[in-house]
Design a protein around this ligand. Structure first.
Ligand SMILES: Nc1ncnc2c1ncn2[C@@H]1O[C@H](COP(=O)(O)OP(=O)(O)OP(=O)(O)O)[C@@H](O)[C@H]1O
Length: 220
């Protein structure tokens, strides 16, 4: 799925947060959007997800974004798991809501939990899992729905350094394996350089990912 944004404007009340922003994400690309706190990164994701009104144009595979769609999945720092459902039943839930037959959703959920390294933990409740494991469940739940576009908003912000590094590797592997187009928001320079096929710094344009010294200077 490709995304073409042109002349985008978003504001809350009278104050504009984004104005005249243009950006393209190619099919299968992992684009990182970086920038200092408050520059509008989350707002950009919310607009692409169809959660906030905007001016200008957001085209997803050529069609304007008007409201939310299952095709576009938003992943947050908070995992949003239901505390009374096991890991397996959390992953199954959106598939059940989509009417996927029981046997199919069970095998898909099991396969995704295995892919994110959680086989053996299917029957655990969220409170019995670490923060990193809960993020793995969230990732499995998101990808089991086979979205064409994944929007990730600082998903690893609350994890410790080691867990974060293993999640970054996992996300990078899985998204590339599945060819899922992704917009990944972070304010962490190392994460941006590690994950991004390209890095866009809001307010400063595109920055060469291979020249992270420049990126660090821009974000400092
Ligand atoms: N629901 C809202 N109502 C009013 N103002 C808002 C709302 N959400 C965000 N803002 C304002 O819009 C601006 C951009 O916020 P946004 O969350 O998009 O930035 P960000 O770059 O993602 O920041 P951070 O890195 O801190 O998450 C901020 O000044 C914020 O206060």
């Amino acid at each position: 799925m490709s995304v073409v944004i042109s002349g985008l404007g978003v504001g809350y009340g009278r104050s504009p947060v984004l104005s005249d922003l243009s950006l393209e994400v190619r099919q299968g690309e992992l684009l990182v959007v970086a920038g200092p706190s408050g520059c509008g990164k989350s707002t950009l994701l919310r607009a692409v997800a169809g959660l906030v009104p905007y001016t200008g144009q957001i085209l997803v595979d050529g069609a304007p974004v008007r409201g939310t769609s299952r095709e576009r999945a938003l992943v947050f720092q908070e995992d949003g798991l239901l505390p009374w459902r096991t890991a397996l039943r959390n992953v199954e839930l959106p598939l059940a809501l989509q009417g996927v037959p029981r046997a199919v959703r069970r095998s898909s959920a099991l396969a995704w939990l295995d892919r994110v390294g959680l086989s053996g933990f299917e029957g655990h409740l969220p409170r019995e899992l670490s923060g990193g494991m809960r993020q793995r469940v969230q990732l499995a739940r998101t990808l089991a729905q086979q979205p064409s576009l994944v929007l990730m908003d600082e998903p690893f912000g609350a994890l410790d350094a080691q867990t974060r590094a293993s999640m970054q590797q996992l996300v990078s592997d899985v998204l590339r394996e599945t060819g899922t187009t992704t917009i990944f928001v972070t304010h962490d320079v190392d994460e941006a350089v590690l994950l991004g096929d390209r890095v866009v710094v809001l307010g400063a344009g595109e920055v060469d990912v291979h020249r992270d010294a420049i990126l660090k200077a821009v974000l400092a």
